[in-house]
Design a protein around this ligand. Structure first.
Ligand SMILES: [Zn+2]
Length: 157
């Protein structure tokens, strides 16, 4: 398949504004005197990374598609870590009163309480499942206070 410069450019634009939009890098395509240059440009201060210098159109195309494919795999594994049903959703975690290990395959209630940290009006406390070793943070939210011994109006604290 013969690839034109126009096709390459529109593919790069499509990727940069599409799947690569939420990443820290984009693809830069340049037509030099000897051929195509493809590089990764980062949105932070990282220096650009040249992937192809003076390549043919089909080499540039392969290079661009390789970036797209790599990103896809990368994203899937990232999403897999966060969203695969291997872990309880917050809703389910709350339904279980926050007593079970969030790893669905484990679900142990043998949880070790670790250090805690005040965060704004809330409180984060690290927990570790003693069965599978998963470490997670329970997020507590302050809802107010109640006075002790005031319910009958006779005692003060
Ligand atoms: Zn566990």
């Amino acid at each position: 398949m013969k690839v034109t410069e126009k096709q390459l450019k529109s593919r790069v634009t499509e990727l940069n504004l599409g799947v690569l939009k939420e990443t820290t890098f984009g693809i830069k395509l340049e037509r030099g005197s000897k051929g195509y240059n493809v590089s990764l440009v980062y949105r932070d201060q990282t220096a650009p990374e040249a992937l192809l210098t003076d390549g043919s159109a089909s080499e540039a195309n392969a290079c661009i598609e390789a970036i797209a494919a790599t990103h896809k795999v990368f994203k899937q594994s990232m999403m897999g870590g966060l969203e695969k049903p291997g872990f309880l959703t917050n809703e389910l975690f709350l339904k279980k009163s926050g007593e079970s290990c969030p790893k669905t395959k484990c679900g142990s209630k043998d949880i070790i309480v670790g250090w805690g940290e005040k965060v704004g009006p809330g409180f984060n406390q690290v927990h570790r499942c003693s069965k599978c070793g998963l470490e997670f943070v329970k997020v507590y939210k302050l809802e107010g206070y109640e006075l002790l011994g005031q319910s009958d109006g006779q005692q003060t604290v």
